[in-house]
Design a protein around this ligand. Structure first.
Ligand SMILES: Nc1ncnc2c1ncn2[C@@H]1O[C@H](COP(=O)(O)OP(=O)(O)O)[C@@H](O)[C@H]1O
Ligand SMILES: O=c1ccn([C@@H]2O[C@H](COP(=O)(O)O)[C@@H](O)[C@H]2O)c(=O)[nH]1
Length: 217
């Protein structure tokens, strides 16, 4: 094993409200750097993959779950997986289905890489996880913009009705945002405005990742 393979990875966490642009931002960086850094250079993980399996619950109960509370996630497994990747071991990442509100049977193999991008709403609420991140990015998108984008995305991609989106928004998404997500901004190293298409912010992160990859600092 050479020195590069032994080097500890850099873990970059992208957090913020639901539909603030976390996925678009992290995925854009990943897609644009992958051809240059290769599959051994950069990987991407979604915190949503670690929503707890709910196969034991009937659908009426799954619909009532508070998905905007830290307890909805299996953070212990995510932490274990990040430790495994840091130790140079591959992981089997779960996959989650928003339509059935549980995990699917498939897992995705993620190999250890020098750069790990991870994105999700509750990543900074867990102290153990927080301490494993090297760079913490917060997407500071106004909540009304997030709501508009969530309505559009969840009707088109997550099989949701306007009624179910607005009820869930008032009951859990909005109050949990103020209880857990917004206060976590204080832990961020970088705060990003204008969502997942902020080109300058994307370029700054890409430049930092290149520096970490090629200069190892
Ligand atoms: N700056 C932006 N301008 C326009 N649409 C955006 C912008 N940022 C994100 N979106 C769109 O808003 C929706 C929610 O963004 P997404 O990245 O899925 O948010 P999150 O991962 O934070 O939930 C997606 O359809 C995405 O394409
Ligand atoms: O079964 C589920 C699981 C999650 N949600 C909602 O998803 C968002 C988090 O995902 P983003 O990609 O950050 O939007 C969270 O606000 C949950 O309310 C769901 O509706 N159903």
């Amino acid at each position: 094993m050479n020195a590069d393979q032994l080097a500890k990875p850099t873990i970059i966490a992208v957090v913020g409200a639901s539909a603030s642009g976390k996925t678009l931002f992290a995925q854009t960086i990943y897609d644009e750097l992958l051809p240059e850094l290769g599959e051994q250079g950069i990987s991407i993980i979604k915190e949503d993959s670690y929503y707890r399996a709910q196969d034991d619950l009937p659908m009426e109960e799954r619909i009532r779950t508070n998905y905007d509370h830290p307890n909805a996630f299996e953070h212990e497994l995510l932490h274990q997986h990040l430790s495994d990747l840091t130790a140079g071991k591959a992981i089997e990442c779960p996959t989650y289905c928003y339509k059935t509100h549980t995990r699917t049977a498939e897992t995705v193999t993620i190999n250890p890489t020098k750069i790990i991008l991870i994105e999700g709403i509750m990543l900074l609420t867990n102290e153990q996880l927080r301490s494993s991140f090297d760079i913490k990015v917060y997407m500071d998108t106004p909540l009304d913009i997030c709501l508009i984008r969530r309505i559009k995305r969840d009707t088109q991609e997550r099989g949701r009705s306007i009624d179910s989106i607005t009820n869930q928004y008032l009951e859990t998404v909005r109050p949990m945002y103020y209880q857990f997500i917004e206060p976590a901004k204080a832990h961020a190293d970088i705060v990003i405005t204008r969502g997942g298409k902020n080109r300058m912010a994307i370029e700054v992160l890409k430049a930092k990742i290149r520096q970490l990859t090629y200069n190892n600092n």
